[in-house]
Design a protein around this ligand. Sequence first.
Ligand SMILES: *Cc1c(COP(=O)(O)O)cnc(C)c1O
Length: 433
Amino acid sequence: MKYHSLNYNSHNVSFLDAVRKGLAPDRGLYFPEKIPKLSEKFIQNINSYSNHEIAFEVINPFVGNEISKNRLREIIADTLIFDFPIVSINDKIATLELFHGPTLAFKDVGARFMARCLNYANEIKSNKNLTILVATSGDTGGAVADGFYKVEGINVVLLYPKGKVSAIQEKQLTTLGENITALEVDGTFDDCQDMVKSAFIDSDLINEIELTSANSINIARWLSQMFYFFIAYKNRPYPEKKLVISVPSGNFGNICAGLVAQQMGLPIDHLIASTNINDTVPNYLNSGTYSPKKSKSTISNAMDVGDPSNFIRIQKIFNNDIFKIKKVLSGYHYSDSQTKKAMKEIYKISSYIADPHGAVGYLGLKDFLKNTDESYYGIFFETAHPIKFADIVEDTLKTTIEVPNRLKSILERTNNSIPIKTYEQLKAYLSER
Ligand SMILES: *Cc1c(COP(=O)(O)O)cnc(C)c1O
């Protein structure tokens, strides 16, 4: 499989080259030359496949023969090391929990898969020094830090907005040490992302060090998120009903992976992009105009993105035809107070403790189901463990959440982040190392 830049100015590259580069030299996002179709037999018999086998069938056509089948199976086995349970909320709605990985957010799968692909790419190349530069609104950084921790030949530099990530997220970003460095940026997530983008086109810098990204724009992170949609389909409680999946969305990588899965032949009848007040995409779906805005801070901070990078990939899947997009994708947006109300409602009807991101997903699903007469079964993704947003969740639900064991130790570690404010400071830091 070859990948081309969505800016169309660069040559086709292979899977591993696209993973190593992250962003194409013309600053475009990589996109596969075609979306492969899975056999109907595979879809019909999906229940007889394990999660690892499903992941292999799904990703193998995107990797091609660049990684041997055995090695790819090993990478998958080492990526999917935890479960993805479905929990019923009522007779029409369930949630798929994606937070059972090491950093308690769904990004663990993409980060682990990418780290292992890059590790392999490093093994077969002579140049072994690679710097991963990542802007994070919270969860990406933790997942990338954990996924790449102590991976040889790879240094990770994380940029996060000061005061805009939760206490646990900050610990996950800033305390590992070794090959992981966190830079605390005096600014917003969009400022962090702009700095990263500037670094990638700074010719002084990229002549000096090999830089790549691990944001959801990286194809290894983006495409491996398709696994969730297949697992949701396989384990859905009412197979006779149409399936609608609601995805709490920020940078739109996860839901874009769902749309690719659907193009491959996975029978998801409808997808819902549920956002907080950073509502650029729901507005586009309603008005037909895409007008990016500055991001605004909310209680679902991993979705505080005003100009989602991956949206251009969604447009590409549908050849920029908004009518085609709207047939399979709806968008809804919610305020913080609506989100809190939803958390209370979910807790009341099922004693389920949802985090703010999951609650936004629930709201999107509820509104979609309200407006249709057809017999749908809905699954919303629970993208983070509620403990990651303990302050808000406990305050809203008037209850306490038990701290999972794998978190207890991290809370005692020391934050050793470095404060920065400008791109020049980032550049100085990167070139001095
Ligand atoms: C990253 C993240 C999202 C948004 O995912 P995108 O792929 O960027 O749309 C939603 N919820 C949580 C908890 C996240 O960490």
